[in-house]
Design a protein around this ligand. Structure first.
Ligand code: CA
Length: 229
């Protein structure tokens, strides 16, 4: 699963450079030019990490950070705050507000991508690692193999991506629309019912030995991978 990064930057030259370099690193990137747009974009599709400039038009970076931290649905999104050189007190305020890390302008892309990798590894280990375990399920992203209790499980590509995504966020409930956006992509038009079909296939593959069902259906809300699976 490709980590999705939202870069919030009002300087065109820098945002172009950011999206170019982050895409080259293998991330999926979206750019917001001000704080208001950033908040709207987060509501539309939750990023795996936000690179957030401090000085932004409309709603400042610090305010964006504060608002995201105040809402349960967005509280845990990793944020790397970008500050201008010498803003020591701002820097500390940034961390107080709940940014996970900060980087000072001007910075090199190598420095930024190293920070991104470090934050993702720390906060979303499931995203950065090749081998992810949850309960008795193991997913190997490099070999594209899934095992449950040591036994190989054969999944189609969509079921694989679906399981991969759910395993990155155990316990969290996703609506069909959220799963469609994350697994199929927001530019693909498929019916929400399609998610049910693939969840059904995934369940069948995972539970073939009549093991406990790790996927929880939440009535009128969506699906989650159980935390104690
Ligand atoms: Ca700025």
């Amino acid at each position: 699963m490709t980590p999705f990064i939202l870069a919030v930057e009002d300087e065109d030259a820098l945002s172009t450079l950011l999206s170019y370099n982050l895409e080259k690193e293998g991330y999926k990137v979206a750019v917001a030019a001000d704080g208001e747009e950033a908040l709207l974009m987060v509501d539309e599709r939750q990023p795996d990490l936000i690179v957030l400039d401090w000085m932004l038009p409309k709603v400042s970076g610090i305010e964006v950070c504060r608002r995201l931290r105040n809402r349960a649905e967005t509280r845990n999104i990793p944020i790397i705050m970008v500050t201008a050189r010498g803003e020591e007190s701002d820097r500390i305020r940034g961390l107080d507000t709940g940014a996970d890390d900060y980087i000072t302008k001007p910075f090199s892309m190598t420095e930024l991508t190293a920070r991104i990798r470090a934050v993702l590894r720390r906060i979303r280990p499931g995203l950065a690692e090749d081998l992810v375990r949850h309960g008795d399920i193991t997913i190997d992203r490099v070999a594209h193999r899934v095992k449950r209790e040591g036994k190989e499980i054969h999944l189609g590509p969509t079921e694989f991506r679906l399981l991969d995504y759910l395993m990155q966020h155990p316990g969290r409930v996703f609506s069909r629309e959220q799963l469609l956006d994350a697994v199929w992509g927001s530019d693909v038009y498929v019916e929400a019912r399609t998610v049910d079909v693939h969840i059904g296939r995934l369940r069948k593959a995972l539970n073939q030995d009549e093991g406990s069902d790790p996927i929880r259906t939440v009535r009128s809300a969506g699906y989650a991978l159980d935390v104690d699976a």
